[in-house]
Design a protein around this ligand. Structure first.
Ligand code: ADE
Ligand code: ZN
Length: 330
């Protein structure tokens, strides 16, 4: 069951490209760019990846981004992700990037988006690119970032909201989300990872998001669970991330099975795979092995991933047909 889960054709909808920076590539880019890193070996880097909560992870994750300097760096980062994802059944990927982390260091917006796009354009995996605003920064900073993105909107499909959740409710970003939606971008937001269920409601009501990233804390509010089920609002759940960031004490405590049973459009994703011990197929494998999800539930998760993706009807039908062909062959 576990190999079946790993190999299933699937879409990945919650993936921060900066979170795919493996320690080996970090050292390679540090050397290429003459940037100092506070580690002496790959083992030392991996040993540092012990987190107590979201912020303890974000501090290390933003620091590591310092090695990303050029268009080629962003290209190599995205290409490495796409190769790993393809080996774990990913047929479609909707990829987050955090431009503010890079433009604040003087890296041109065009190099960030251009490098990522060059890798996406040469891959067999279909893709969408999602610009995430950092919610620990101001709404004005987010609006300025959207302005900076305007010359590149042909390469950007959606917007998201990430970084430190608690104390930074979605409603602060209502204006910039409205402007982005007017520009034709689709909207998603992280909510209910560490923050309360009310942040999920706020993201739906004030940001008009089409998916909720994480969203696992919805389970604390029955009315919200019913709303998410009725409206088929997808949740992009990230099991290994949730355990590494102590959202759940262990995989055995994860509520993804219950969310599925309650009729939600749940999907499985990797979030920041270089930091959390695995790519998306590894996440499917973990819930099959450790939560005992059965074949039907795993197939539902894969189907949901294509249902929740931002695809044209013909593209969606092709991906779903490829999934059915895989199931018939197995
Ligand atoms: N940025 C990268 N990963 C994140 C996560 N899991 N939550 C919020 N912001 C993030
Ligand atoms: Zn995330």
């Amino acid at each position: 069951m576990s190999d079946f889960a790993h190999d299933l054709p699937k879409a990945e909808l919650h993936l921060h490209i900066e979170g795919t920076l493996e320690p080996e590539l970090m050292f390679e880019l540090a050397q290429r760019n003459g940037v100092a890193v506070p580690y002496t070996s790959v083992e030392e880097v991996r040993a540092a990846y012990v987190f107590t909560d979201l912020q303890s992870f974000l501090d290390i994750y933003y620091a590591a981004c310092d090695v990303l300097r050029t268009e080629a760096d962003f290209h190599d980062l995205a290409r490495a992700y796409l190769e790993r994802a393809a080996a774990q059944g990913v047929r479609h990927a909707e990829i987050f990037f955090d431009p503010q982390t890079h433009t604040a260091r003087g890296v041109p917006f065009a190099d960030v988006v251009g490098g990522i796009h060059r890798a996406l354009a040469s891959s067999d995996i279909s893709s969408r690119l999602i610009l995430c605003f950092l919610r620990h920064l101001s709404p004005e900073d987010a609006m300025a970032t959207l302005e900076e993105a305007l010359p590149h909107l042909d390469l950007i499909d959606g917007i998201g909201l990430d970084s430190s959740e608690v104390g930074n409710p979605p409603g602060r970003f209502a204006d910039v989300f409205r402007r982005a939606r007017e520009l034709g971008l689709f909207a998603v937001a992280h909510a209910g990872e560490e923050g309360p269920p009310s942040y999920i409601t706020e993201a739906l009501d004030q940001l008009a998001v089409r998916r909720i990233d994480h969203g696992v804390r919805c389970i604390e509010d029955d009315g919200l669970v019913e709303r998410l089920a009725r409206d088929r609002v997808p949740l992009t759940v990230c099991p290994l991330s949730n355990v590494r960031l102590a959202v759940f004490p262990s995989m055995a405590d994860h509520t993804i099975g219950e969310l599925l049973d309650r009729g939600l459009c749940v999907t499985v994703n990797s979030d920041d795979p270089a930091y959390f011990g695995g790519y998306v197929g590894d996440n499917y494998r973990a819930i099959a092995d450790e939560l005992g999800l059965d074949r039907d539930q795993l197939v539902t998760l894969a189907r949901n991933s294509f249902e929740a993706a931002v695809l044209e009807p013909a593209e969606r039908a092709q991906h779903l047909e490829a999934l059915e062909a895989f199931l018939r062959a197995g």
